[in-house]
Design a protein around this ligand. Sequence first.
Ligand code: ATP
Ligand code: MG
Length: 580
Amino acid sequence: MSNTAECNNPERKNPESTVENKEVPGYSNFIQDIIDEDLKSGRYNKVHTRFPPEPNGYLHIGHAKAICIDFGLAARNGGLCNLRFDDTNPSKEDTEYVESIQEDIKWLGFDWEDRMYYASDYFDQLFDFAVELIKMGKAYVCDLTADEIREYRGTLTEPGRESPYRNRSVEENLDLFYRMKAGEFEDGSRVLRAKIDMASPNLNMRDPVMYRILRAHHHRTGNKWCIYPMYDFAHPLSDYLEGITHSICTLEFEDHRPLYDWFLEALNLKNRPRQIEFARLNLTYTVMSKRKLLRLVKEGYVSGWDDPRMPTISGLRRRGYTPEAIRDFCERIGVAKSNSTVDFALLEHCIREDLNARAPRVMAVLRPLKVVIDNYPDGQVEEFDVEINPENPGMGTRKVPFSKVIYIEKDDFMENPPKKFFRLAPGQEVRLKNAYFIKCERVVKDESTGEIVELHCTYDPLSRGGNSPDGRKVKGTLHWVSAEHAIDVEVRLYDNLFANPNPGEEKEGMDFISNLNPNSLEVLHSCKVEPNLAGAKPGDRFQFLRMGYFCVDPDSTDGKLVFNRIAALKDTWAKVASKE
Ligand code: ATP
Ligand code: MG
């Protein structure tokens, strides 16, 4: 049937939609205000941002927020945004992550063009900066152990104590630092520290560590280095080397900003970048820390980083989310300076809004109950012309076959219905969507179990197309699938991965794993869908009438389609039923 093609998602023609490089009138948030001021005052004459992921995991929806802000602000101000891998921690990093991060950013619709960098590209320059600081007397090699350094650091209420190695001569520091680089000392035996202020009220300023000795294979520099710069030292200088103007990061770095500025000032650098912090995204029923997500993957609680229940970009993509819906979500949550938790329902709202007008609608019966229409002619098949999407008439129509034996949802029948049950029941008449009125005459049960296995109904031939022949009303309209034309498919229904709205909070040593929802995945094996779905491909999205939005999973084979439910519809039928 030629309708198959029409049923595929229109967006597939252009799967990688992009964000236009233009000023958006009325766009405003506190970061844009700062940028406006900076451009007006002449502090900067351009906008250059960066997105700096650490390649130690897959990107998640929180990163999508940061990506939309970093790339979005650059695009809106006629500027540029770099992608920079913050790969200063070799023991946790991997090229698998580097690749997935690029794929996810592109899929979201953003483009770093030829500006993909690695902090490790700057290891030589960073080393030179460190040497310069030593020569200025602003950095020293310290032999305290990690525990001692922590102990000497003091607390929020107590000042720290100076390291006994703090006043080494420049010559001795240079000698030791070069020998650290040359591999003469054991891992962890010495560090390079900035000489700032052990009494600073800001703990980050109490002679922070700049370099550590670590014999670890780096995914890009191999075994060239056995000392690695710390994030707080590498980050501002990487920003500087790339000509970043606005270095946008999350709130937990606010207390690191004085240190960020200290390195740039101490080195007398011109055209210094400016760090601006915003609140991280938190979502209900979701953990976002990469450490926790990694545990879910490693310990097999999910099928992988792209499990459709994961809040990762790859998980959301596999689930069926569109880049447009995710960008819309990031736009709606806005950019603020105070931490808050966003309701997961908002993300679902965004995908419903996006798919409502563009996902083809089809009929699919998830839990089939066989219905025989006794007075319908044996062997007769009718085809009804049905709109592919009434919200979008331009998508045209499809043909849906009808015959004597059909399937309806088990839930759409009750033998002893409560008063306001408007679906099918003995003696009760309903409309089959776009087909006919039918009335239930008889129920067939399995003799041994008592389970309802089949209904016998009659139809009114004058109600063709589902229209009332004489003005009489039916209160329920059911979706259905013709049995002889139906395709068997597998459907995976998802619920929140966690049962607790705030699963990451680890109170009294409780492990977040204990908050997992044991019913987050339900697999239905013999669902029946209309034949128009025959040519569906992984990634195609549909609305199954009354059942929600669904996306074809890559686990599909030639023999069997597998669908993921992206989100349910707001089911008013279920609401009425549950009130009884
Ligand atoms: P995690 O703490 O989960 O390991 P991270 O912050 O270390 O995450 P990075 O790879 O360093 O992860 O993050 C890259 C960028 O994304 C950073 O600028 C970071 O501030 C931002 N980011 C990370 N998580 C969120 C979030 N939940 N909301 C908004 N931005 C985020
Ligand atoms: Mg980080």
